[in-house]
Design a protein around this ligand. Sequence first.
Ligand code: SF4
Ligand code: SF4
Length: 570
Amino acid sequence: MTTKITLTQIDQYPEVPSSWGGMEWNKTGSWRFLMPVFSPRPSPCSRECPLQNNIPEMMALLADGDTAGATLALALENPFPAVLGRVCPAFCTEACNRDRFDERVSIRAVERLLGNEALKKHPDLPKRKATGKSVAIVGSGPAGLSTARFLALLGYAVTVFEREEAPGGVLRLGIPPYRLPRDILDSCIDAIRRLGVDIRTGVSIGTDIILTDLEKDFDAVFAAPGAHRSLDVDLGGYTGIGVLSGLSFLADVFRGTIDSVTGEYAVIGGGNTALDAARTILRLGGSPHIYYRRSRDEMPAFTDEIEEAREEDIPISYLTAPVGLTEKKGRLAMTLITMELGEEDASGRRRPVQISGSEREVCVDRVITAVGEAEDFSFMGTDGDKKDPVSILDAEGVLLGGDAGGGRRTVADAAAAGKRAAIMIDARLSGRPAPEATERMTFSRWLEERPAPEGDPVAFEDIQTAYFKKSDAYRLQKTDPHMRSGDFSEVTAGPTERDAAAEAARCFVCGTCIDCKTCERFCPDFSLSIIRNLKARGVGSSVRVDEDFCKGCGICARECPRGVIVMKTP
Ligand code: SF4
Ligand code: SF4
């Protein structure tokens, strides 16, 4: 009977016997019909991150105890990781290869810890010398701030114009402090100011300054006005008082105009604005009830938001829509109808269809509508080309981006559009060819003038899982739902540095060589040598193949834990 021996650490392997006599004369490479090719590839998590955060590198460095290096690797691509580590829906984690092994890596929690580190220790970001050119940015939301930050690093004099009294756009006026504490937001904005960005608040474009004047005074203009116009809900033609849009309600609360509410609130919608409005009403003293016309599965709000609202006992009526509203004895009588799901519509979701005869009435004190947002381009006198998140609006140099540029409306997408806008503006002003719209250009690649990484991301099948141990993923701690619903303090507590390092150690580091030497040790012909990346503790090293002696057996590719060697026909 054979006994199976499982070795999980490289130092458990036995010494490999080797000949002492010279064998250089025997060029065994001539036997080869397949060749190992060192092929670092994108990880699926980085590929799905709108900002293309260098997740494998940050995880490998943090797991190796280099918190400062991990923070710098993240901050190079991410303009405000302390914000995105809290409010991003974590597209990265959805794609994580570890899902098929045990549990996905909690990437956003690690990002949050490193984002906080960046605010405390200010990573030494590469900054080009001044170009002598200037750029105006309209709007200080996530897209505007991101553009400003990357342009400042590229050596431009950047001025941001914001019509509100405080910068941040939707980050300040749309996202409640229990999801994004204001001291964190303020510190992120201060970090951008420290790079030399001039943020002028209380300046309205179209009123205080004309857009065409900006075009004359600056070498380029980027407009990121956001999507602040709420879509209307048909309430049976009702136009009386008591109805507010979710966006304007939240903005009034976070400007300080509303500090308490009473009574019953019907919140119409199933997106984050609806959930945020309801959870804010609860914290201000009111009783919210959410009505959504589709089912839970179609609800566009982030899963965390829905779960947290349910934990806070906020009632949600699915498959329910308002069809009428009237004033009744000083309150509002809202007629609701039950829906059923029909055929798929253009959005790919099943269309809600009214069930006749299912009408009923509820009495409330206020109605908040939050069924979607639209752009407002009135200050530009145009509706722009909304197909691309960064669209060239005119030949003179005004770019449009962020939520107003179309596409998916998340803070991460807006920040990514801002980064892309900065690269496009730099290309235009420096005369360098701009990356193609389809090219996944990262900021570090743009700085180093290297092509963007190409190829399919590393698949789970490319990972040699024998080198990894199963373990549970880190989970954020949450405050008690009934304690937290009385104030705006942050709902989740982030990981400690130790928790984050332990979570980072779970990462496979898909597609990136970390100088683990597994291939080198397994090669029977000693034909591999690793060129260690001395700048980053071996993360991002490369492998050289001695073509004279590699027989093409493929053991190196089979054993590489993270899929960076592939066998190809020479
Ligand atoms: S920005 Fe979002 S998608 Fe990108 S790494 Fe952070 S959590 Fe993941
Ligand atoms: S294991 Fe690590 S590198 Fe691979 S997909 Fe998950 S987080 Fe990304």
